[in-house]
Design a protein around this ligand. Sequence first.
Ligand code: FES
Length: 187
Amino acid sequence: MQKSIVLPSTAETELQQFILKITTDATRKDLIQVLQAVQERYGYLQKESLRMIAINLGVSFSEVYGVATFYHQFRLQPPGMYVIQVCLGTGCHAKGNANNFEYLRLLLGLESEESTTKDRIFSLEAARCFGCCSLAPVIVISGSTGNYSRIYVHVNQKVLKKILAEHREKALQESEPKREMIVCPKK
Ligand code: FES
């Protein structure tokens, strides 16, 4: 497919401008990096971004969609406030993280196709090795805005319950309106 750059007009969105910027010198071989850059900035890959990436890289939409759905690392839906990544690499799998994953699904009340809780506080994802297998089993919890990340090692079901409760509490506090004291000027 021939590459045809989509130029944003002044009315175009920030998303379009960002995609234009990162695809200007990119080609088909850069597809995964481009998808990673978009997800890192926006938290997920909306359909519109896949469409623009396809046009700007000169590949078909179905190819971009195929890559985005093939790799676990990509999300096509907006994530919850906290994204829980459960390592299912060999080391963590051997230490029971598949059971931990199912236990988390249960605690979060996720239906079979769901990965984000109805209150949008948590998303649950399977992940590949984080590179600290000797500390298995491992999970990572990150803020969807990218400003928070914690790695938990040697996790077990008791600890997972506690971790969820802590983050739920944190999320509820953060969504509360901030209290401010307004000092009125004296007359
Ligand atoms: S297998 Fe889980 S951190 Fe390596």
